[in-house]
Design a protein around this ligand. Structure first.
Ligand code: ZN
Length: 245
């Protein structure tokens, strides 16, 4: 089975369309979407429409909850809060209903999908350091060999060898997974990467070859930026796309 896994689209239609085009070449059988479809970008409804057509294997992110009033934006920084309010005002009724109904986690085969962290799917903690990731492994159900997450907008592959109690951060983004290990993989962000690489990120996972790849594709950043500025969203949300921050 070949999985296409995407996260943190954040209303960036240009980035999302480029990723969808790249994924068309990958013989994907199941698409998983890890949330934060909206927030920050100028095309929340259009991105939601694309996700709806693509797959029913979708979970909610904190920005999706904020946009429908399920999460208090008091926890958001100024820019995120401003974007959440804008999104709230611009979502269609159908989009609002769709976001409200999304679950926080989803299982597909031996894969667990969660936006932030498996121990607290409704609290949205950031998994950044190796220590933060290591404590998440014991929370995974026994038959889960791969947990896919988003939220930090920074791609990364973490491997746990339970027999040796060894957790490590794999360097690089193409990895032959080991059958005796379990994995937590951050698939990166489609619409607002923050790892210094402005290209949109997505993940392809093949259960037969056990190969996991986090890939990147360029997109029309300038067009996404212009829309953000024209919509009256904070300019910084446009600027950061160029730097991948
Ligand atoms: Zn996000």
């Amino acid at each position: 089975m070949r999985y296409g896994i995407i996260s943190d689209i954040h209303g960036n239609l240009e980035a999302f369309d480029a990723v969808l085009e790249a994924l068309e070449q990958e013989d994907i059988e199941v698409y998983l979407c890890l949330g934060d479809i909206v927030g920050y970008g100028a095309n929340p409804n259009e991105c939601l429409g694309r996700v709806w057509e693509l797959t029913s294997e979708v979970i909610a992110g904190n920005h999706d909850h904020a946009a429908v009033g399920k999460l208090d934006i008091i926890s958001f920084n100024h820019m995120a809060a401003e974007a959440a309010l804008w999104t709230m005002q611009h979502l269609t009724r159908t989009a609002r209903h769709y976001l409200r109904e999304l679950p926080l986690t989803r299982r597909h085969g031996h894969i667990l999908a969660v936006h932030g962290a498996p121990t607290q799917p409704d609290k949205w903690p950031y998994l950044i350091t190796l220590d933060q990731v290591a404590v998440e492994f014991p929370a995974l159900p026994d038959d889960t060999t791969l947990c896919v997450v988003g939220h930090t907008h920074t791609p990364g592959i973490f491997e746990m060898n339970d027999a040796e109690e060894d957790c490590r951060h794999i360097h690089g983004y193409t990895y032959q997974m080991q059958s005796e290990c379990r994995y937590i993989v951050n698939v990166g962000s489609v619409g607002q990467p923050r790892d210094g690489d402005s290209r949109a990120a997505f993940c392809v996972y093949d259960t037969e070859t056990y190969l996991l790849e986090i890939k990147r594709t360029t997109y029309d950043i300038e067009s996404a930026q212009k829309k953000i500025c024209r919509a009256g969203l904070p300019d910084m949300l446009a600027e950061r796309l160029a730097y991948g921050q």
